[in-house]
Design a protein around this ligand. Structure first.
Ligand SMILES: [Cu+2]
Length: 164
C-alpha cells in the first residue's frame, strides 16, 4: 500500500515540471489544450485574445480595465448598443502597453504604473476589438460587445474605414 503511494508521488513530481514549463503565454497557437482555469483564449472580432473575463461596463461612472503582461482584464466589456462608456485604464504590468481601437481612433499609451481614461463606444451590434499594439500577437487584446446580444456572429462586417 505505502509503496503504491510512493510511486504515485514520484510520478506526480516527474510530471510537474512539464506542466509548469508550458505556463508561458507566448505564441504557439492552437495546439496547447490547457483546460486549467483562467488561461483560456477567445477570438473577438477576428483577433485572438487571452481571456481574463467579461464585465458589464457601467453607463454611469467608470469601468476599470487592467492592462497587464500580456492581457486585458476584463477582456470583454459589454454594454448597450451604441452606448458610450468611460474606461479607467491601469497599466499594472512591467511593460509599456497601449489601449487601441482602430475604428474609434483610440490609441492610448500607458507606461508601467500609468492610469488613463478613455471613452469608448459599444458597437451597434456584434463586437469591436481593442488591443495593445506592442503585444497584439501575444494575445493582448479584448473586445467591446453588445450585452445580451444573442444575435451575434455577424458583427465583424466592415463597420468603419478600415483599410483591409
Ligand atoms: Cu502590451
Amino acid at each position: 500500500m505505502r509503496l503504491g503511494v510512493l510511486i504515485v508521488a514520484v510520478l506526480g513530481l516527474g510530471v510537474l515540471p512539464l506542466v509548469a514549463g508550458c505556463g508561458s503565454s507566448s505564441s504557439s497557437p492552437g495546439s496547447t489544450e490547457s483546460s486549467s482555469s483562467g488561461g483560456g483564449k477567445k477570438t473577438i472580432a477576428g483577433i485572438q485574445a487571452n481571456d481574463h473575463g467579461t464585465k458589464t461596463a457601467s453607463s454611469s461612472g467608470k469601468t476599470e480595465v487592467e492592462l497587464d503582461d500580456f492581457y486585458f482584464s476584463p477582456t470583454v466589456l459589454q454594454g448597450k448598443a451604441g452606448e458610450q462608456v468611460k474606461l479607467e485604464l491601469k497599466n499594472e504590468g512591467k511593460a509599456e502597453h497601449t489601449f487601441t481601437i482602430d475604428s474609434q481612433g483610440i490609441n492610448q499609451d500607458l507606461q508601467p504604473g500609468d492610469e488613463a481614461e478613455v471613452t469608448v463606444t459599444i458597437p451597434k451590434s456584434g463586437a469591436v476589438s481593442f488591443y495593445c499594439k506592442f503585444h497584439k500577437s501575444s494575445g493582448m487584446a479584448g473586445g467591446l460587445e453588445v450585452s445580451g446580444g444573442s444575435s451575434g456572429g455577424g458583427g465583424t462586417t466592415t463597420s468603419g474605414g478600415k483599410g483591409y
